[in-house]
Design a binder for this molecule. Structure first.
Ligand SMILES: *Cc1c(COP(=O)(O)O)cnc(C)c1O
Length: 234
């Protein structure tokens, strides 16, 4: 199957999931998670009409930017972002989805101010309270969103989450529903219901995420094929 064929298959599944819960398919964006895939694969996805591409690693993204891999589609940063790499991401991407700490938020504000721009962001929620994962705990989220509102050079547009890897199908539904609740609540109380992006759901669970209210799904392997990690065992 080609990337274009995979994208149309995913589109059909997104449409079916939306229909199954009475949602308009037009309110759901498909982001291609293109990590470990080269510039040619990115261009193929863009030619096939992907709504945006998401990258995880700063170094890889910078190299692919230099190859002009993303022309024609918005570029999002979706991976863990270290503070010392903020300068390489702010102003280079349309949306930073993975803002998971106050120091990172402040660093982004500082860099965006320096560049004289307003950077769109999402706050990442660590909904499974996992030690090894970054992101705000649910009880920290409201204060973080209030803090973002005080930053003139960032614009908070919603929330993003990666639930714990669960063994059984559909096990992520309660996590998705919880994040949806936080999204609705914060948007209403702090942002005049202006939030746009609830980014959740990946290859294995994007239909569940859509039924729980996702407006943006991030799909990698089901579009680009299985990733090969040469250093996975390390
Ligand atoms: C890799 C990645 C995805 C896509 O994962 P697949 O299971 O390959 O669809 C989505 N979100 C993030 C943050 C990722 O790193």
């Amino acid at each position: 199957m080609s990337i274009a064929e995979n994208i149309s298959a995913i589109r059909a599944r997104i449409a079916a999931a939306a229909e199954s819960c009475g949602r308009d398919v037009g309110e759901i964006m498909l982001v291609g998670a293109s990590k470990m895939n080269d510039a040619a694969a990115c261009r193929e996805a863009i030619a096939a009409g992907i709504d945006a591409l998401g990258e995880n690693r700063v170094q890889e993204m910078t190299a692919k930017l230099a190859e002009d891999a993303y022309r024609g589609a918005p570029l999002y940063f979706i991976g863990h972002l270290q503070r010392n790499k903020v300068r390489q991401v702010v102003g280079k991407v349309d949306l930073i989805q993975s803002v998971g700490s106050l120091p990172l938020l402040q660093e982004i504000e500082k860099e965006a101010a320096k560049q004289g721009i307003v950077q769109d962001i999402l706050l990442e929620v660590n909904i499974g309270r996992e030690e090894a994962k970054s992101g705000f705990l649910e009880e920290e989220l409201f204060a973080a969103a209030a803090e973002a509102k005080n930053c003139p050079h960032v614009r908070l547009k919603g929330l993003m989450t990666v639930p714990p890897v669960e063994v059984e199908a559909h096990d992520c539904i309660p996590y998705f529903e919880k994040v949806r609740g936080l999204y609705v609540d914060i948007s209403e109380k702090l942002y005049d219901n202006q939030f746009e992006y609830l980014s959740m759901g990946m290859s294995g669970d994007f239909e569940d995420a859509i039924r729980a209210g996702a407006t943006m799904v991030r799909v990698g392997s089901s579009i680009f094929g299985q990733r090969y990690y040469p250093d996975k065992h390390k």
